[in-house]
Design a binder for this molecule. Structure first.
Ligand code: PEP
Length: 246
């Protein structure tokens, strides 16, 4: 299976900056061995859709509503994302769980709405530092993924999963390749118990992945790609990570 490298721009960017960033990425992309996507703020989906015409980089959103339409001020539905050629959407990023109170049930409902619209949800799971120190890592990530597996039934094989230890996101502290692999193996086993097609599901690692550490992380047997925050805003770093994903 091809690896997937997805950039998460978070709440960064602007019309000019987006164009410059994508020009920088296009300039060095060539024919990557992996799939590549960028998850951009919702207001820039139309702009980035235009800029990515003819590119191998695919468009992703950072979130999706758990509702189809109606009185949900500020939300963006999966059908709306689809209108702009969105291929993937993050669901359950730890910043949404933490700052917007997203529960496992809500994340599962969002994953379902994305699938219904033909968009692949990138389901983010991960433990906090306190949970890791309490020895709860495995239980936490299994619980978070179980909610989505329970919701989507036979569609488990259409998911992408991203293991993102919360303590490693934006902190410069990366999980060691061994720590990451250990959790990825747990998630892979959980997927294998849910579907005979688990091999189709990439399990990405995210959390301060950089040009310097990507190759070692991506060489782990159960790491199927990366979800990249800060380094995805720097074309040379993002390209180096893409190169590392063989
Ligand atoms: C993320 O936002 O998903 C992420 C992994 O961020 P960073 O790479 O900056 O830690």
């Amino acid at each position: 299976m091809k690896k997937l490298i997805a950039g998460n721009w978070k709440m960064n960017g602007g019309l000019e900056a987006n164009e410059a960033l994508l020009r920088g990425i296009a300039g060095g992309l060539g024919q990557p061995a992996c799939a590549v996507a960028v998850a951009v703020p919702a207001v820039y989906l139309a702009q980035v859709q235009g800029l990515l015409q003819g590119s191998l980089v695919q468009l992703a959103a950072q979130d999706v509503s758990a509702h189809d339409a109606g009185a949900y001020t500020g939300e963006v539905s999966a059908a709306m994302l689809r209108d702009f050629g969105v291929r993937y959407t993050l669901v359950g990023h730890s910043e949404r769980r933490q700052y917007h109170g997203e529960t496992d049930a809500l994340v599962a409902a969002k994953a379902q709405k994305a699938l219904n619209a033909g968009i692949t949800p990138i389901v983010c799971v991960g433990e906090t530092l306190a949970q890791r120190e309490a020895g709860e890592t495995e239980a936490v990530v299994r619980r978070q993924l179980a909610a989505v597996i329970h919701q989507v039934g036979q569609c488990v094989s259409e998911l992408v999963v991203a293991y993102e230890p919360v303590w490693a996101i934006g902190t410069g502290k990366t999980a060691t390749p061994e720590q990451a692999q250990q959790v990825h193996a747990v998630l892979r086993a959980q997927l294998a118990a849910a579907t005979t097609q688990a091999a189709k599901v990439p399990v990405l690692y995210g959390g301060s992945m950089s040009a310097a550490n990507a190759a070692e992380l991506l060489a782990q047997p159960d790491i199927g790609g990366g979800l990249i925050g800060g380094a995805s805003l720097k074309p040379q770093d993002f390209l180096k990570i893409i190169e590392s994903a063989q």
